[in-house]
Write a protein that binds this ligand. Structure first.
Ligand SMILES: Cc1cc2nc3c(=O)[nH]c(=O)nc-3n(C[C@H](O)[C@H](O)[C@H](O)COP(=O)(O)OP(=O)(O)OC[C@H]3O[C@@H](n4cnc5c(N)ncnc54)[C@H](O)[C@@H]3O)c2cc1C
Length: 310
């Protein structure tokens, strides 16, 4: 029984989501291999070989894999899929783009967004925005799984010494081509990797106020900036800052929510944070039900005071 983890990488380094996925793969009980499908990605393969618990890295290098096109990555996974009992992807935009193609081609049911491995064929996954946990047992020969990374600790990035084996890179599928990429540049940590997140809600009232009040707090704490959907919909914050059921799922060490009511769809994205601090002027706000520290206060007063005190 061997599990294959599909690495998330930028051809030079391994992205943190891969480490949590390795932990999930180890919980499946057998050996763990990592596929690094990329172009000129030797550095990423070397980094993958150092992940604790990984026994082999498969490095597939091909120009067709340079831009992470899902059709080509899926073909690369399928080329070696026969060797594996479990194929695990992080539940990121990339992972969710490739995994269903692999599952469909293998004619198996994808097991999505797992948060726990009960046994090699039984997994837990949240449903109804995290209000219930489903236990799913699969009798498929190959388990194709996406892993909710907040459900698993990160494997140590160093300490391992896996062998690196090369696999022939697949040819371009010809089904899609890379046109361009617009990447948001930010000095702040990426939300899903940030240790601290500072989030603002509808109460901020405008994009200007959002920046004026929340950015200094994020800067002081070297935190990622997040937002509720109401704040995003109102244009106070960009779409990729949204935390929640239809946004990003995060579990930082510290999550500070200011002027966020705590609707279940927001809680679904952050309630696994280690320490939650809520600032809200309504003491009945549901966010206080998940908060470790709650401050009933006007955020326009409390947040600048907090920044000053820090
Ligand atoms: C299918 C679906 C998916 C959804 N997905 C998401 C999602 O991914 N993420 C998400 O966030 N939401 C999501 N929502 C929306 C969610 O239901 C809520 O509408 C949203 O989270 C509310 O955002 P909010 O807390 O900023 O605004 P509000 O609910 O309006 O809350 C504002 C809060 O600010 C407080 N406040 C006001 N003024 C001040 C002040 N001066 N100081 C301190 N506190 C103040 C108020 O007391 C209130 O609690 C989804 C909804 C649906 C139906």
């Amino acid at each position: 029984m061997t599990a294959l983890v599909i690495a998330e990488h930028d051809h030079a380094s391994i992205k943190p989501a891969t480490l949590n996925t390795v932990t999930a793969a180890l919980a499946c009980g057998g050996d763990v291999h990592v596929l690094v499908a990329g172009a000129n990605a030797a550095e990423a393969a070397k980094a993958a070989a150092q992940i604790a618990g990984v026994s082999k890295v498969i490095a597939a290098d091909s120009a067709s894999l340079a831009e992470n096109l899902a059709e080509n990555v899926a073909a690369q996974v399928l080329a070696i899929a026969g060797n594996y009992s479990h194929i695990l992807f992080p539940s990121t935009a990339n992972g969710k783009n490739v995994a269903p193609r692999v599952a469909a081609k293998l004619d198996v049911a994808q097991i999505s967004d797992i948060t726990k491995v009960d046994s090699p064929d039984t997994f837990e996954r949240p449903i109804y925005a995290g209000n219930a946990i489903a236990t799913v047992q699969s009798s498929d020969a190959t388990k194709v799984i996406t892993v909710r990374t907040t459900g698993f600790d990160a494997a140590a990035a160093t300490g391992g010494s896996a062998a690196i084996e090369t696999a022939e890179g697949v040819a371009d599928s010809g089904k899609s081509s890379f046109v361009g990429r617009e990447v948001t540049k930010s000095e702040r940590p990426e939300l899903t990797a940030a240790k601290i997140i500072v989030s603002g809600g509808r109460a901020l009232g405008s994009a200007e106020k959002f920046t004026e009040v929340m950015a200094p707090l994020a800067d002081k704490l070297n935190a990622g900036l997040g937002a509720s959907r109401a704040a995003v919909d109102a244009g106070y914050a960009p779409n990729d800052w949204q935390v929640g059921q239809t946004g990003k799922i995060v579990a930082p060490q510290l999550y500070i929510a200011a002027g966020i009511s705590g609707a279940i769809q927001h809680l679904a994205g952050m309630k696994d944070s280690k320490v939650i601090v809520a600032i809200n002027k309504d003491e009945e706000a549901p966010i206080f039900s998940v908060a470790d520290y709650g401050l009933v206060a006007d955020l326009f007063v409390a947040v600048p005071q907090l920044v000053k005190a820090l």
